[in-house]
Design a binder for this molecule. Structure first.
Ligand SMILES: *Cc1c(COP(=O)(O)O)cnc(C)c1O
Length: 368
């Protein structure tokens, strides 16, 4: 055995994993990570810098981030009776939730294909992950299969992304209400894509004692700040808060997010534009030969190429300077699938032009 003694000490389930991989974008047009493509204008940057200048970084941040929580509550109409927990991205909230309930043999349940962090963090915390397959033809929710699995496994936590990533669709609200009735554990409705849909469980939050609504500011245009928020019964939030590392939301993030939400109208204009662009891009992609599209309520579109073409399309777009997400190989049900984040009108145009060239080169389909 080598001096590192890796094999002796690293847990086998961690040994078996590979680190979360993010593609290096270089100079490529980033249409891979569901970021808001719009940047801030000069005046906004100036005003923001002024706020940052006033921070004393020799001091620890407000451990409770009180000003920011209040701002979030108002900006997103969180019911005043709800408790709020903040995370360094919603990924950290998932970690806190699972650390609170983790025990060997306990189950985390979600749908497949779904958001990969549920499975990864279940593994980190020594829990068992159960993924209930979506329907293969359209990624719709098989509600009966989900309810059967809940009865069989009695999960400590059910995660449902609403809308789902990477499929983009919204599961029926009625199905989620049935899950809330059936589950004995927590039900986390992950609304990371809330800015791009009208649907939300926030108004129903206080009607279900084990419902948690999780959101992030990442997709609305603040991905660099790393801030997620979780709302739910104060009784549950108080327990989850015990696993939070002190000062997890740093001063720069607290001040920057507070500032950004003061200017939320600007972010709302951006997300509105992205919504309109999504529908436009969907229509124009649909007019192309060789792609099957899945309707999306998020800021991305899932597309399926002819069998065996996704790698070549992904690569071809890279050659044209555009980075999208290749999901081929990520899950058997995602064979030949690509995920495109909606960009600015110019970016979407560049994508469509590049796809047009790939079509004339015969990369998407043979018959030309
Ligand atoms: C992007 C995403 C998140 C993670 O958001 P962060 O706040 O950036 O960690 C959570 N859930 C879903 C479904 C996502 O797509």
């Amino acid at each position: 055995m080598s001096d590192f003694a890796i094999g002796r000490w690293v847990r086998p389930e961690i040994r078996a994993m590979s680190a979360y991989h993010v593609a290096d974008p270089g100079d490529l047009l980033k249409m891979d990570m569901m970021e808001n493509p719009y940047t801030w204008n000069g005046a906004l940057r100036e005003a923001w810098s002024e706020r940052l200048r006033a921070i004393d970084v020799n001091r620890y941040p407000d451990p409770q981030a009180r000003a920011l929580k209040q701002r979030l509550g108002e900006a997103f109409a969180i019911p005043p009776e709800a408790g709020i927990l903040l995370g360094n991205g919603s990924d950290e909230l998932i970690q806190m939730i699972l650390m609170t309930v983790a025990r060997p043999g306990r189950v985390v349940l979600s749908v497949d294909p779904g958001f990969v962090m549920y499975r990864l963090i279940a593994t980190f915390t020594g829990m068992d992950y159960v993924g209930v397959p979506l329907r293969a033809d359209d990624f719709s929710l098989d509600t009966e299969a989900l309810l059967d699995a809940i009865e069989r496994h009695d999960p400590a936590v059910v995660f449902l992304a609403y809308p789902n990533n990477p499929t983009g669709n919204l599961f029926p609200a009625e199905a989620i209400r049935r899950v809330l009735d059936a589950a004995s554990g927590l039900v986390v409705v992950d609304e990371a894509y809330a800015p791009f849909t009208d649907a939300s469980f926030l108004p129903e939050l206080m009607a279900h004692p084990r419902l948690l609504v999780m959101r992030t500011v990442s997709k609305m245009g603040l991905a660099g700040l790393r801030l997620g928020y979780l709302a739910g019964a104060p009784e549950w939030i108080a327990e989850l808060d015990k696993t939070r590392l002190p000062f997890n939301i740093n001063s720069l993030t607290q001040v920057s997010a507070d500032f950004a939400l003061e200017h939320k109208a600007e972010l709302d204009r951006q997300t509105e534009a992205i919504r309109a662009q999504r529908d436009e891009l969907f229509t124009r992609l649909q007019a192309l030969d060789g792609l099957r599209l899945y309707p999306s309520e998020a800021n991305f579109i899932l597309a399926r190429t002819a069998p065996g073409r996704a790698d070549a399309v992904h690569h071809g777009l890279r050659e044209h300077g555009i980075l999208i997400k290749n999901l081929h190989g990520a899950h058997p049900m995602l064979a030949d699938c690509l995920r495109i984040t909606v960009g600015t009108p110019d970016e979407n145009q560049a994508l469509l032009a590049a796809l047009g060239e790939l079509i004339s080169d015969g990369v998407l389909a043979d018959d030309r």
